[in-house]
Design a protein around this ligand. Structure first.
Ligand code: KG4
Ligand code: ZN
Length: 353
């Protein structure tokens, strides 16, 4: 079964051809980072306008490099939410038009479900059940996944997503957007124990909270700026450049400690010993390493997709779309994108025709 996946949920335009939900034939991603960088974050209006410009060329390149034409496709899987509504609208409208004019089945895929199925695009593939930790710029959630369409949310962030915390801390340190990769790199030269930033463990809960940590970094930076009078180019605060690696490493340690501890709690609570991680923050070197170490210690299986499959991509949408098509979940042309959409069992039944 050959499926074209399309993802325009945020700031990347992506199209991918995937066979049988597991084999990537092509995976094209057009990044908008250069456009949004100067604003210190994503500007939704600019994102949707760029998607309009890029959707045709990206889909075209994806088909060409797969050596396929529309008539070869068994279905087109499009991400219809959650995400930026204007961005989602471009992918959904495009997919609907192509499906209508070429009589191809349209498949609606939840972005979070896509992240869960990214781990099926590489060997070794996980068996069910597993715990999925989805950590990105918009989401930080834990799910128990018992099979395709069998998702139980165990916890979610009550405020900022982990990636959002990275991006906001990066902005206040004057390190630019996106914050994750730059903080990840800086942290390698820093001492993770230098500053004791708070960890919000929220006892008895698998929910997350990162806004207190972000405020703690802000307060620390304000205080130390007053004390030292140093300067970091681009930051609204006076920070000594030499202290940046320690701040980055200590902040990152606080984020990763919480993500790990909660994942371990989820394993204990559900008596599962298998973890899949995905989302942009799953590209973080410290999280990847410590998650694998935790797996070794407890004898749990840890599935960490390669970095390009952790950040947003359309291959993961096609991978999830394959299961929908097999189950005959075909969406109607009245499909509308949704900015807010949770991942639960009902998300599978919504578009059965
Ligand atoms: O999944 P994604 O590409 O888009 C969303 O669906 O949000 O995730 C983007 C997020 C950004 O917040 C970015 O700073 C973060 O992932 N990120 C990282 C790393 N690479 C990207 N965070 C920590 N460490 C990284 N290496
Ligand atoms: Zn994502």
């Amino acid at each position: 079964m050959l499926i074209l996946g399309i993802d325009t949920s945020c700031d990347d335009t992506s199209a991918s051809v995937v066979e049988n939900g597991t084999t990537i034939i092509s995976n094209i991603i057009s990044s908008q980072t250069a456009i949004h960088k100067k604003y210190g974050g994503i500007v939704p209006e600019l994102a949707s306008r760029r998607h309009i410009e890029m959707i045709w060329p990206v889909v075209d390149e994806s088909l060409k490099s797969a050596g396929a034409i529309f008539q070869d496709l068994d279905g087109i899987a499009v991400c219809y939410g959650p995400g930026l509504i204007g961005s989602l609208l471009v992918g959904c409208s495009f997919a609907k038009a192509i499906c209508y004019t070429n009589s191809i089945p349209l498949i609606a895929v939840n972005h979070l479900e896509g992240h869960v199925f990214a781990s099926f695009l590489e060997e070794p593939r996980p068996d069910f059940p597993f715990i999925a930790l989805i950590v990105s710029g918009g989401h930080t959630s834990l799910y128990r996944v018992d099979g395709f369409g069998k998702y139980k949310e165990l916890g979610r962030t009550r405020d900022d997503a982990a990636g959002e915390a990275y991006d906001k801390v990066s902005k206040l340190l004057g390190l630019g957007y996106p914050g994750g990769p730059v903080i990840d790199a800086l942290a390698k030269d820093g001492n993770p124990c230098a500053i004791d930033f708070p960890r919000a463990y929220l006892p008895e809960s698998l929910d997350f909270s990162f806004s207190g940590l972000k405020t703690a970094v802000l307060n620390y930076v304000k205080q130390s700026a007053v004390a030292t009078g140093g300067k970091s180019a681009g930051s609204p605060f006076l920070i000594q450049a030499e202290s940046l690696p320690d701040i980055a490493a200590s902040f990152q340690a606080a984020v990763v400690d919480v993500l790990l501890r909660k994942t371990e709690w989820a394993l204990k609570k559900t008596r599962t010993e298998r973890v899949v991680i995905s989302g942009g923050v799953a590209a973080n070197s410290e999280l990847r390493q410590r998650m694998k170490d935790m797996g070794k210690e407890r004898g749990a299986e840890i599935f960490v997709p390669s970095v390009a499959l952790c950040t947003d991509n359309a291959a993961m949408i096609a991978a999830a779309g394959y299961h929908h098509l097999k189950a005959r979940h075909v969406a109607g042309l009245d499909l509308n994108p949704k900015a807010y959409l949770s991942l639960d069992n009902s998300s599978v039944e919504t578009h059965v025709r």
